[in-house]
Ligand binder design. Sequence first.
Ligand code: GDP
Ligand code: IMO
Ligand code: MG
Length: 421
Amino acid sequence: MIDVLLGLQWGDEGKGKIVDYLAASYNIIARFQGGPNAGHTLYVDGKKVVLRTIPSGVFHSHCLNLIGNGVVIDPVSLQQEIEQLLPLRPDVLQRLFIAHRAHLILPTHRALDAASEASKGEDKIGSTLKGIGPCYMDKTGRNGLRIGDILSKDFRKKYDKLTQKHLQMLRQYDAVPDWEQWEQPFFDACEYLRSLQIINSEYWLDKLLKQGKKVLAEGAQGSMLDIDYGTYPFVTSSNTIAAGVCNGLGVAPSRIGEVYGITKAYCTRVGSGPFPTELDDATGEELRKVGNEFGAVTGRSRRCGWIDLVALKYTVMLSGVTKLIITKADVLDNFNPIKAAVAYIADGTETNELPYDLCDVSITPVYKNFPGWDKPISTCSTFDETPQVFRDYCSFVEQYLETKIAFISNGTGRDQLLTIF
Ligand code: GDP
Ligand code: IMO
Ligand code: MG
């Protein structure tokens, strides 16, 4: 079976930390979508590492790591990431596999991302500018280059053709950059990637699954950034929900087992777009400070607010979450009261359903208040040690979402995790 772990909010829920913990019980960790827009933070032997394209199982020497076909890969960024890991895990290359069918991010994809964002002015998405949107556009537009193309003798020709197309588009934006300076590093990195284990990953996974190996699919971004079901157009360009695992790894739905859904005990968003429970006040500022809410990739400050159970119920439904994980519970240690949105007033009408377009309606969340905990969660080493008010809060969340909580994370370290079941 293949289990799935994904974010239920707008990303940065702590996926990296939890995958790194769970990886002890899996043989293979596989990324199925997204690319270097992701920033998954792990603390290994007290050292902070941010992973962007490489799966978060890389620190376990028994784990194989697959970058699946649904991922978009920037060769320069991937090479840098590998080189950063080599001193820490010299065997990383033996355990890293890349799908032939994964698409390549070209330097001009990044330029197009920047030009598109600049042209949008105030309506910009707030993209990480890693070339994700333009790369997926070329994939669905049937123009893209894939990792497998690096191995082809026509690679340069294919690259030139696509780059010329991009330059035409960039001329229309009146934003042609000094792109030639990026070519040598790009081709050097492609040459480096040629030496890695590039495989037909759908057959590879099938074989391992038939041998009874355990696979964990690691999501990037979050469900509210899903291209179909997120807060469109303020989303990323891939399917971040559980359905994306089947496309992104070439596995059948019948093979999906547990679906771990992660949410922070509050909520954050980086970039533009609707965020009904956002706190534009001192409490929001305090959440940012205590939660250290600054982007792992871009360093941008994250917008902060209360947990949104209406949105969570929607994303739990979309992915069929079987096990909930709540992270950063310790961040709320000194907040009183603690709030959770349980309904929306959308254009004057109360609802428990997420409106089709959050940009177009005026939304006021209806909150349920919980008393602050009378003892810090950060110091607890079992769930039973946590204060009763916290356990009441957890029961409410479970009932509202009709899903059981499996773990509570109460710190950045791998083992700062309270197991419930
Ligand atoms: P990801 O993209 O979902 O992997 O999450 P990020 O790494 O972008 O952001 C999560 C941040 O929260 C990282 O800095 C983690 O080290 C940190 N973190 C994860 N879990 C906890 C937790 O339970 N408590 C605290 N205080 N920090 C956490
Ligand atoms: P992880 O995996 C948080 C956001 C960007 C922007 C929108 C589109 O670390 O949770 P893109 O670069 O995809 O064109 O950006 O999506 N975004 C993320 N926000 N965490 C992420 O990844 C994100 N990846 C993209 O801020 O609003
Ligand atoms: Mg992140």
